[in-house]
Design a protein around this ligand. Structure first.
Ligand SMILES: C[S@@+](CC[C@H](N)C(=O)[O-])C[C@H]1O[C@@H](n2cnc3c(N)ncnc32)[C@H](O)[C@@H]1O
Length: 212
């Protein structure tokens, strides 16, 4: 989902560094062979995630929702030497494809994959994270936030995808996922332990920085 006209979207992408070949290939394969390919971050958001990691220079990043690996590889591109992206997905059928592209991107040392329910895996991860990217099932966004909060250093970032939910957050009829996203946005905005900004890129990214 994006909120710009096709012409503006093309202009924005034309004035953003191009997708690396490996991500173009991953995107093509996802669109050809995987259900719900629109879940993939894509060109603009991928470059934005890489830019963010380059700015934050995190040592440990957690991603909740690997899917076919597009956002994970984008995040890992911006990581400094010896930094690690830990990425979790419940769908084990996607793992061979994810591993193939991690290898092709030369990211085997930077990306560690975990397969299973993130709600069960997160408590087993003994790292202090500098950045967390939440992009899994929308109903658990608030639960993921609570689970990761104490594992993030002060000054670290929690970034959540799809927080505009195709614009449904301001429509009259609200389904369960929309209500969960809205509850997440309200929760972060009310939380005095973070400063936050909702960035209207693609389907909306909520960027929260832990300040205490
Ligand atoms: C929107 S996609 C992630 C897209 C990916 N971050 C990207 O931008 O390319 C959401 C993913 O979350 C995964 N997921 C859903 N529920 C989950 C859970 N409880 N634990 C871990 N992963 C989950 C799904 O299998 C799916 O692959």
């Amino acid at each position: 989902m994006n909120f710009f006209s096709d012409a503006l979207e093309n202009y924005i992408e034309a004035h953003t560094k191009p997708e690396p070949e490996v991500l173009k290939k991953l995107s093509r394969e996802t669109h050809a062979h995987v259900l719900m390919p629109q879940m993939l971050s894509g060109h603009l958001q991928g470059r934005f995630l890489k830019m963010l990691t380059g700015m934050i220079q995190p040592v440990h990043v957690l991603e909740i929702g690997t899917f076919t690996g597009y956002s994970g590889i984008s995040i890992a591109e911006g990581l400094p030497e010896k930094a690690t992206l830990h990425t979790i997905d419940i769908n084990d059928e996607l793992l061979p494809m994810v591993k193939k592209y991690i290898k092709e991107a030369g990211m085997e040392k930077k990306i560690k994959t975990y397969t299973g329910n993130a709600l069960e895996i997160i408590p087993t991860l003994n790292y202090t994270f500098d950045m967390v990217f939440i992009d899994a099932d929308k109903r658990n966004y608030s639960g993921y936030y609570d689970l990761v909060f104490d594992k993030i250093r002060v000054g670290g970032y929690i970034i959540a995808d799809n927080v505009l939910w195709s614009g449904k957050v301001v429509e009259d009829k609200k389904d369960a996922d929309t209500k969960s996203i809205m509850a997440y946005n309200d929760k972060i905005t009310a939380d005095k332990r973070v400063e936050n900004v909702l960035v209207p890129i693609r389907d909306g990214l909520m960027i929260a920085r832990k300040i205490k």
